[in-house]
Design a binder for this molecule. Structure first.
Ligand SMILES: C[S@@+](CC[C@H](N)C(=O)[O-])C[C@H]1O[C@@H](n2cnc3c(N)ncnc32)[C@H](O)[C@@H]1O
Length: 208
């Protein structure tokens, strides 16, 4: 029920135009900085805040099985319609608790939090990180991106630094594997000065 989920403000109201806008973004272009981290062997992938499932569909096309978590009904339903792959399971669940997923006690090889983390406030981020970490099996990879710059009207977004996110992840058994800053691939956002932090962490029990 997206109306109650913190972080989703502005998505249901603008779902139609966002769905249209997101059609033009290719997985390879969007995720160029982290493509080398995507597993090659067939893996279990979790995509949290999956939107209309562009990334989930790309993972499924590579042979992976994907759980796509999306709390906004309009986006999840559009994703189910656009990507009717038997390799994708859609779930109405949400950060910070991911309560349905946690109750399954399943672990993943690769977890994607693309353009989602900065929708959580500090308290929610602190609650979410151990929950996300618990969903990664040893040796698994967490990939996330943080948006910096002007906040679109009606959205709930915080300026979350890469430094804070690295500290929080490291405190929960996740070792930093990637930290790069990029421009936005979307022309409109690039013109507005939107930049991104692209981060990746591996779960190997070590703390950095
Ligand atoms: C900018 S979109 C990113 C969509 C997709 N991951 C991508 O990179 O194209 C942010 C997504 O995060 C979802 N979201 C916002 N708050 C969330 C929360 N608390 N738990 C899970 N997903 C959330 C929104 O519904 C939306 O689909």
């Amino acid at each position: 029920m997206s109306i109650d989920v913190s972080g989703t403000e502005g998505y249901a109201e603008n779902a139609r135009s966002l769905i249209e806008q997101w059609q033009d973004i290719s997985f390879a272009e969007h995720h160029e900085p982290i493509l080398h981290l995507v597993p090659t062997p067939t893996s279990c992938i979790l995509d949290v805040g999956a939107g209309i499932g562009t990334d989930a569909a790309a993972f499924a096309a590579l042979g992976h099985t994907v759980v796509a978590v999306e709390p906004v009904d309009a986006l999840r339903i559009a994703g189910i319609r656009q990507h009717p792959s038997p390799r994708i399971e859609w779930l109405d669940d949400s950060l910070p608790d991911l309560a349905i997923l946690q109750s399954r006690r399943k672990e993943f090889d690769f977890v994607m939090l693309s353009a989602v983390w900065m929708h959580l406030d500090e308290h929610e981020r602190r609650r979410a990180m151990p929950n996300v970490s618990a969903l990664l099996r040893d040796g698994a990879m967490l990939v996330l991106s943080l948006r910096h710059g002007p906040v679109p009207k009606g959205r709930r977004m915080f300026d979350v630094s890469a430094g804070e996110t690295i500290q929080l992840a490291n405190a929960h058994g996740l070792r930093t594997a990637l930290n790069v800053q990029t421009q936005s691939v979307q022309r409109g956002n690039r013109c507005m000065g939107v930049t991104w932090s692209r981060l990746a962490f591996s779960k190997d029990g070590a703390r950095s």
